[in-house]
Design a protein around this ligand. Sequence first.
Ligand code: IPM
Ligand code: MG
Length: 359
Amino acid sequence: MSARIVCLPGDCIGPEVMAVAQRILRELAPDLELEDHLFGAAAIRATGDPLPDETLEACRSAAAVLKAPIGHPEFDAADVRPEQGMLRLRAELDVYTNLRPAKQGAVDLVIVRELVGGLYFGARGVREDGTVFDTCEYHPSQVERIARRAFELARSRGGRLTSVDKANVLETSRMWRRVVHEVGAEYPEVAVDDLLVDNAAMQLASAPEQFDVLVTENMFGDILSDLAAAMTGGLGLAPSASLGDAGPGVFEPVHGSAPDIAGKGIANPAAMLRSTALLLEYGLGATLRRLGDVRLRDVARSPDGGVIADYFGDFDDPEELAARLSATVGVVEHGLFPAAMVSDIVIGRGEQVEIRSLR
Ligand code: IPM
Ligand code: MG
């Protein structure tokens, strides 16, 4: 049995980091069918639309979507921009739960960002007098479903949930806070508290280890997740998973398409690989368990700047695992990581493979 993964290689460094992810997927789960589709700036150039119908239909019927960063300076001031395709894809697939884990040392938190509502999707326009407006809109049902996801996640982790809002100013935030606590009544085992977004930024910058799960609306989550990434190794390492109630999830790095370093072979693929790990776990967990495959659990930066890939799987035969891992390392040696980044490869104890990089 196999599963079809739609890959969106995106723009600038996108195709470079996607190539790394695809090589690792081909080694780890050879039964997966990987299918590339046009998306972002590349799609605008070819079709005039950042999310062509054909790409959207392929995504809808896929088991999961693996997405590399999109965006190109060429379209910064254009009417049709790559980012519009991204917002539309999220809305069309209704992947309203965006998980953004940030982990390093004593910090181990997940930001649960509402992804298909709020300021990025509200009414917008220009009034007759020239005033330009975007509006933040939420229906209580949108808050209820994201809150439920966040409580479920908090229950399965440290049992603490922080809801971030701006209830001292915004109507949407006051409704958000009320609904979060209504849903919270169904989760007595989770301790929930509220934090104003400006204070949340300060707390994340000064004492990020205090947090377990944070839940917040779309734009606050966009901003705070960059901050959380900066506190835990930088945007180059930050992955994300966007999930709906049914249908495929979208797995993508938090970082952008980095036009300044595109084509130089120096893009760090760690965030893309971590997103691939989330795809294997959240997007295909059940499928892969049936396939009995080894899975990439995490990719992290080691204290000396190396990249650590950590695998797990159900193997009766330790030799099979060893063979699979050395095949992966072979791929690494032959260009999985940009050559400039690899100085040494060490197979550690157990199932851990460490790839030391020069940066
Ligand atoms: C992100 C990005 C996107 C967002 C942009 C590129 C539209 O910043 O995924 O965090 O705001 O969601
Ligand atoms: Mg962002």
